[in-house]
Design a protein. Sequence first.
Length: 73
Amino acid sequence: MKFPSKVTSYKESTIAVFPVVLTQLEKKDMTPSELYRKVKNKVSGIQEFMEILDSLYALNKIVLDGEVLHYVG
């Protein structure tokens, strides 16, 4: 996971993609694969996408209900 630092700007960090993912889930609940298809041009790959989901889950911003991701808020 790329954190903002002296070397990595906020725009280049993984945290900058959090709002993109959350905006998609605010519109509609979806499976991780559907969500990945929506945001794949904003993330560097599946590994970064999974790190984003892990982080948002740990921050209680999303929940996984069966196979569907829900935005908690």
